[in-house]
Design a protein around this ligand. Structure first.
Ligand code: IMP
Ligand code: MG
Length: 178
């Protein structure tokens, strides 16, 4: 299981501590509001499950499954919706929960798409942020950890659909893809 892990980048303890901080911040920011948290499948599923349990105000949940068009090497910036939200977001305070902001294409597309549905407000909470990789301007409202330009796996993040169940955020050994 761990054979292609170069090293652990963010430990379970660091993740748990940051989730508590983010949960407290979100609970404070939305204390008088009705909040809908949106999990972007599959990458943010593990983070989402932990984060919502650090939130101390009533919150509704919804799930969206997406995939990026393109051959993987270069994202076209278009996002295909595989499963849309069950709920209407019009008039609601929405937080999109993602695993990572990389080029920025996915979240800029997604936020544009959801803004067009007229939510009362729309914010983004991302576990990870790789600002050095940005190709389109995008800034998440809540960020767990800023990381360097390295391919990470675990805690929901995959390489070729595996490693999502690793409990820490780990750096994938570059020999796997080079
Ligand atoms: P963006 O559209 O380039 O910002 O890419 C966002 C998506 O690319 C994320 O939701 C991930 O699925 C994937 N991604 C980007 N960097 C990594 C990484 O280091 N590990 C795993 N997935 C990644
Ligand atoms: Mg993803």
């Amino acid at each position: 299981m761990y054979q292609n892990v170069k090293r652990v980048l963010i430990s379970k303890e660091q993740i748990a501590k940051r989730n508590k901080e983010l949960g407290a911040q979100i609970s404070e920011d939305y204390k008088d509001k009705e909040l809908l948290m949106v999990c972007i499948l599959k990458g943010s599923s593990v983070f989402f499950a932990d984060l919502i349990r650090e939130i101390t105000i009533p919150v509704k949940l919804d799930f969206m499954s997406i995939s990026s068009y393109g051959n993987g090497a270069k994202s076209s910036g278009e996002v295909k919706v595989i499963k849309d939200l069950d709920s209407r977001v019009e008039g609601k305070h929405v937080i999109i929960v993602e695993d990572i902001v990389d080029s920025g294409y996915t979240l800029s597309y997604l936020t544009k798409m959801l803004k067009a549905r007229n939510p009362a407000s729309l914010k983004v909470c991302s576990l990870l942020d790789k600002p050095s990789r940005r190709e389109v301007e995008f800034k998440a409202d809540y960020v767990g950890f800023e990381i360097e330009n390295e391919f990470v796996i675990g805690y929901g993040l995959d390489y070729a659909q595996i490693y999502r169940n690793l409990p820490e955020v780990c750096i994938l050994d570059p020999k796997v893809y080079s």
